[in-house]
Design a protein. Structure first.
Length: 202
């Protein structure tokens, strides 16, 4: 019995060490247009981001980040602000403006989360999917449009208010959407395609 316990303890130690030394993800600046900064430093194509910080895009500016470890990309449109946190919580916070998340390879494993995108009043679980989020802090409004897959949207002020947004649907919280996340609307193809002009595609 004792040898079994020793082997078990050894395996637990090795597993913990591996988890602690696992390389955190990083983001490669794949495209950049206009003036885009990270923690006040101007970004250019080929830069690598691996720490916590704030991305700011100016007027008529755009940036696309590729996260190779997760086979995904984030595109951030003009006049937007987004906080990135790769190391601790796989957390992204869109404080204002709009962004598009796109998984380059569809992840069908239900619990294989790539973290969450937050706004002031909502969180969106990220898996294998393609969607646009718009954040209007002045009106306390979060808007989401799904192009592929699905996202679980949660009301940060009411954890029981959770709604799944599916492909071809549009929904939101705050402002014109109200204080709760209501069942999303199915968009006709023409309306769905109009949202694609908001931000450059990954």
């Amino acid at each position: 019995m004792k040898p079994f316990i020793l082997v078990f303890c050894y395996l637990m130690i090795v597993t913990n060490l591996f988890a602690q030394t696992e390389t955190p993800p990083s983001a490669l600046v794949h495209k950049v247009k206009g003036s885009v900064t990270f923690e006040g430093v101007e970004l250019k194509t080929g830069d690598v981001l691996s720490k916590e910080g704030l991305i700011v895009t100016n007027n008529k500016s755009f940036i696309q980040l590729k996260i190779e470890k997760w086979n995904s990309s984030i595109s951030i449109g003009a006049n937007s602000k987004m906080e990135l946190n790769f190391k601790d919580e796989k957390k992204y916070t869109l404080t204002s403006g709009h962004c598009r998340w796109k998984s380059l390879i569809r992840d069908v494993v239900k619990n294989n989360s790539k973290g969450k995108i937050f706004t002031k009043n909502a969180s969106m679980g990220v898996r294998g999917t393609d969607f646009i989020i718009k954040s209007f802090p002045l009106f306390g409004e979060t808007e989401i449009v799904m192009f592929d897959g699905e996202v679980t949207m949660e009301n940060l002020e009411n954890k029981e208010n959770i709604v799944t947004i599916k492909k071809g649907q549009w929904g939101g919280l705050g402002g014109r959407f109200g204080k709760t996340i209501n069942p999303p609307l199915d968009l006709p193809e023409a309306a769905l395609n109009s949202f694609l002009t908001i931000i450059e595609a990954p």
